[in-house]
Write a protein that binds this ligand. Structure first.
Ligand SMILES: *[C@@H]1O[C@H](CO)[C@@H](O)[C@H](O)[C@H]1NC(C)=O
Ligand SMILES: *[C@@H]1O[C@H](CO)[C@@H](O)[C@H](O)[C@H]1NC(C)=O
Length: 386
């Protein structure tokens, strides 16, 4: 199964074109080696042999020149402004334009500001960890804002993500003008984009999902539930800390949350999931500074759930564990969206949706269903990964 390609994204089209070119190059070199080898064995005059070598070079040159740049590390796209002190999910809302621009410009996004704020982990370190470029070549470092000015950025990036011709043309022009830039500096610091997560989903996955390795197989994604419906179904619930600290006198058990699913709705979906699955559920609850009295409102047996509330320094680990759930029950918090963006094939059920944070984020084998449209039958989507 292929989870790596969003069929609609322009970026995936470019990379499949590159793959074709690379395949052509290998095929070309191989085929001409066979032919040249055979002929030079048969034809022993030097003149004919050197002609054959020339033919091989001419035939394969376009393909080889298309291949070589791809093997090199892409130039660095350095976003120089501070990432700020927000949580892991919220911070992503401040550099989506840089993600899109760096990709369009065949460069590798890197964050230069390494200050560790009161959340006690470095956002830059987390997002830089899998970056391809680790050094900036300053020979001809260009400034992004000289090619796409601040005031045009939002519309150009949105347009590109929606596949609008004018935005694509504008960025094609910037790419041509920036072709000889050895590095790109982006000084933007006041971006806020709540939506557009569908457009940046492949990038976020490439940076934050740990590659599977033999030393830590648990880091890789679990197999989809559809491949083994006899196993226990995992369910992840994010309870946003801010939601459970409303003014005194509020009844949390029935309170309407902003960033989490309301408790009566969680209970309803859990009932449906228990009816669907032949085994007990494996529930994971992520709640910062967890309040057991709040969790008790969900009426779960102690052995039925695991609580994630690690110290801040392990925030990324908690995020990854929650994201591995077959089913996620979320509100429209940025942290919740981020767990969904990293998740394996499965089903995400979302309360709300008005902010557009989950728009166009069905993909990589995962379905998004809004609670307003939810019916118990939707759980069967788990058996049909996208
Ligand atoms: C930086 O870029 C220039 C121009 O392309 C190139 O000649 C030089 O080798 C590069 N330096 C490094 C360290 O890659
Ligand atoms: C996102 O979804 C909207 C409709 O919900 C659609 O108009 C838009 O083209 C989609 N964008 C992408 C990049 O798929």
């Amino acid at each position: 199964m292929l989870y790596d390609a969003l069929p609609t994204s322009a970026a995936s089209k470019t990379s499949s074109l590159r793959r074709h070119k690379r395949r052509y190059a290998y095929l070309c070199v191989f085929a001409t080696l066979v032919v040249v080898g055979f002929l030079s064995f048969a034809v022993r005059t030097e003149h004919v042999q050197s002609k054959l070598a020339e033919i091989q070079l001419q035939l394969c040159t376009p393909a080889l020149t298309a291949v070589v740049p791809e093997e090199q590390t892409p130039r660095m796209y350095l976003r120089v402004g501070p990432l700020g002190g927000e949580g892991m999910g919220s911070v992503l809302q401040h550099f989506k334009q840089s993600i899109v621009l760096s990709q369009v410009l065949d460069s590798s996004l890197h964050f230069g500001w390494n200050e560790v704020w009161d959340h006690r982990y470095s956002q830059s370190d987390i997002y830089n960890a899998n970056a391809e470029s680790q050094t900036l070549n300053v020979t001809k470092a260009c400034r992004m804002q000289d090619f796409i000015p601040h005031e045009d950025r939002d519309a150009v990036v949105r347009g590109w993500c929606a596949g609008e011709d004018s935005a694509i043309a504008r960025l094609d022009e910037a790419r041509t003008r920036m072709a000889d830039c050895t590095g790109i500096l982006d000084t933007e610091v006041d971006e806020l984009m709540q939506d557009l997560n569908g457009c940046i989903m492949p990038w976020v996955r490439s940076r934050l999902i740990p590659p599977p390795s033999s030393s830590s197989p648990s880091a890789a994604h679990p197999l989809p539930y559809s491949s083994d419906p006899s196993r226990r179904l995992s369910v992840g619930i994010h309870i946003r800390w801010g939601d459970t600290a409303p003014p005194p006198g509020t009844d949390i058990s029935t309170h309407d949350f902003y960033g989490s699913m309301n408790f009566p709705d969680i209970a309803r979906v859990l009932t449906d999931l228990r009816a669907f699955s032949s085994n007990p559920l494996e529930i994971t609850i992520a709640m910062e500074e967890a309040d057991r009295a709040v969790i008790a409102l969900l009426n779960l047996e102690a052995e039925e759930y695991t609580l994630l509330d690690s110290p801040q320094t392990q925030a990324l680990d908690d995020l990854r564990v929650l994201s591995r759930s077959d089913v996620l029950l979320l509100g429209e918090s940025s942290y919740g969206v981020l767990t969904h963006l990293l998740a394996p094939p499965g089903l995400t059920i979302v309360k709300g949706g008005g902010l557009g944070k989950f728009r166009n984020t069905s993909g990589f084998g995962r379905h998004v269903v809004y609670l307003d449209d939810y019916k118990a039958e939707d759980i069967e989507l788990l058996l049909i990964p996208l």
